[in-house]
Design a protein. Structure first.
Length: 213
């Protein structure tokens, strides 16, 4: 099996039973995921004792790969206290990566898929990817020397950059606009009124000296 795979992970139940003992006997190292709570801190001491017993009896090569803090809630004082105690007692064996509480991580088992297939952009998935990178750097220190993928930005030559700075330092020139000529509006001509009609001459019968007697 060792010749066929680069890495094999044996998932164990959260209990010190015969399955866990068999897995520790066959493994080269142990990764301990630990919930940041008080009872988990108490159970860690029992697990470390079991690892030492197996190392002394059947598997001398067994080492602790690291301790992973899981279900971490930064708003909870207890989580912060447990994380601080782990770093104080185990030092560099504690992974820098922290798996925080995440809804997508809790949903993935109900869909029957890993979180990478359920939602690879979630914080939980990104945290496990960061854990994988940290484990690779621990096992292969030369991996740190690899150039990371960065965005390519064209460099500006010094002379060009100076011109850009000088151009930016010049004050803005305000252009004076010529005033627009005032347009005098001629008052509208009043409509011509028709001259008053001449009064019609009275009929001849109404003139007294022309009437017949």
């Amino acid at each position: 099996m060792r010749d066929r795979y680069d890495l094999m992970v044996i998932d164990c139940p959260p209990a010190l039973n015969i399955l866990t003992v068999n897995a520790l006997t066959a493994a080269d190292s142990v990764l301990i995921p630990m919930q940041c709570e008080y009872y988990a801190l108490e159970g860690l001491s029992g697990l470390i004792s079991t690892i030492e017993q197996i190392r002394d009896s059947v598997n001398a090569k067994l080492v602790v790969e690291g301790i992973l803090r899981t279900m971490f809630d930064p708003r909870n004082n207890l989580s912060n206290d447990v994380a601080a105690q782990l770093i104080e007692h185990f030092g560099d064996q504690v992974f820098r990566t922290i798996i925080r509480r995440n809804v997508r991580l809790a949903e993935a088992p109900s869909f029957g898929v890993p979180v990478m297939l359920h939602d690879k952009e979630s914080r939980g998935a990104l945290a496990y990817l960061a854990l994988a990178g940290e484990m690779i750097r621990r096992d292969d220190p030369d991996a740190v020397l690899e150039e990371p993928a960065v965005e390519v930005v064209e460099a500006v030559e010094p002379e060009e950059s100076a011109e850009v700075i000088e151009a930016a330092a010049e004050p803005a020139v305000e252009l004076e606009l010529e005033p627009e000529p005032e347009i005098e509006l001629e008052p509208e001509a009043e409509p011509e009124q028709d001259p008053p009609a001449e009064e019609a001459a009275p009929p001849a019968s109404s003139i007294p000296y022309l009437t017949s007697h």
